[in-house]
Design a protein around this ligand. Structure first.
Ligand SMILES: Cc1cc2nc3c(=O)[nH]c(=O)nc-3n(C[C@H](O)[C@H](O)[C@H](O)COP(=O)(O)O)c2cc1C
Length: 172
């Protein structure tokens, strides 16, 4: 698939809409709803079976996904603001809830995400933080070092706020 050029064009969706997807344990898309299809610009065939990073935006800090995977693979849920990339290069912000799905034996058999339209004020706060995290990540050519440093920066920002990640995310 050819590389998508990220445009400075934002797409939005309605407050009454939910963007839904479900993945296997490796993050490959198993299900997505019509709202996901409509806003991403892909058709269902292009999405099913593909890794969820098909909509990864280059302006998203790596440390956010690292934190997300650490959480969900250890059986916990997470809320996060995510900027996603459409097939046509546009972007859209979401407030995502991502959670594991368990079988009867308590084993993780996949993951599920519901996303709502985020508040403008929350995005203004998050944008500023993600920009700082990205600048930090770009200082390091080594992937692990880059994620470690931006994670530390995120923890510093949160500690100045006097809040845990969860408290902060739910407060903005
Ligand atoms: C249920 C679920 C939903 C996800 N939703 C998104 C999403 O909306 N956008 C996104 O970029 N990554 C999403 N991810 C994370 C991707 O799997 C991936 O970790 C991320 O895009 C970073 O990709 P990279 O590691 O190739 O940089 C989701 C993962 C899961 C398990």
């Amino acid at each position: 698939m050819s590389k998508i050029i990220a445009l400075d064009t934002e797409l939005t969706f309605s407050e009454n809409e939910l963007i839904v997807s479900r993945t296997d344990t490796a993050g490959r898309i198993q299900y997505c709803n019509q709202v996901f299809i409509k806003i991403s610009g892909y058709n269902e065939k292009e999405l099913l079976g593909r890794p969820h990073n098909i909509i990864r935006h280059p302006h998203m800090p790596r440390c956010i996904y690292k934190m997300m995977w650490d959480r969900i693979s250890s059986g916990k849920e997470i809320f996060a603001y995510v900027r996603n990339l459409c097939k046509g290069g546009q972007y859209y912000w979401v407030f995502a809830h991502i959670t594991p799905t368990f079988n009867g034996n308590g084993q993780i058999i996949g993951y599920h995400s519901n996303r709502r339209k985020p508040k403008k004020e929350a995005i203004a706060v998050i944008k500023q933080i993600y920009e700082q995290l990205l600048i930090e990540e770009r200082k390091h050519s080594n992937r692990k070092e880059s994620i470690d440093c931006s994670t530390r920066l995120l923890m510093d920002i949160l500690s100045k706020e006097g809040k845990s990640y969860d408290e902060f995310i739910l407060s903005i």
